[in-house]
Design a protein around this ligand. Structure first.
Ligand SMILES: [Zn+2]
Length: 164
């Protein structure tokens, strides 16, 4: 049996206690005859909260991943953005090309919005207001990730995955 391959590891804000002690690990695991799966393991060293989730991981080639972000749960969706991924949020007028990022990053959809908000600075007016509304779940939007490496993942069963 193959060993799970650790793709990425990152410490995030815990969804339960709010401390920055929630360690998330993303593993790629190959099951003979069934194919590849992604296992996400999260554990908080402060409050002991644990979460584990499994997703199919069949993308090996250039891929376009689309998620309609409509609920609070969608905002908490984990995203692994590889260093070659472009990110677009058309309703929010955001387009971020690969290259701004030197390594992959695990975040949530909300965390991604927060990064964009920080990047835009404090005086971006209406655009920032829209991003804040989106972070609070008051505005629906679409997250699109285009990744020529096929290594990005959006861990939500609603995603639409198409070849790039
Ligand atoms: Zn915690």
């Amino acid at each position: 049996m193959n060993e799970p391959l650790l793709l990425h590891e990152e410490t995030l804000k815990c969804p339960v206690c709010g401390n920055e002690t929630y360690k998330v690990q993303l593993y790629l695991y190959e099951i003979p005859a069934e194919g590849k799966i992604l296992i996400m393991v999260g554990e908080c060293s402060s409050c002991g909260y644990r979460h584990r989730d499994v997703f199919p991981a069949e993308y090996k080639s250039p891929v376009r991943i689309e998620l309609k972000v409509e609920t609070e749960e969608d905002l908490e969706t984990f995203v692994f953005r590889s260093s070659s991924a472009d990110v677009e949020l058309p309703e929010l007028g955001i387009e971020v090309m690969a290259g701004a990022l030197y390594q992959g990053v695990i975040t949530t959809v909300r965390g991604l919005l927060e990064t964009f908000l920080t990047g835009l600075g404090s005086n971006c007016g209406q655009k920032c207001d829209e991003i804040k509304e989106a972070m609070e779940g008051k505005k629906k939007f679409t997250l699109i990730i285009k990744d020529p490496s096929g290594l990005s993942y959006v861990l939500n069963r609603k995603v639409a995955v198409t070849p790039l």
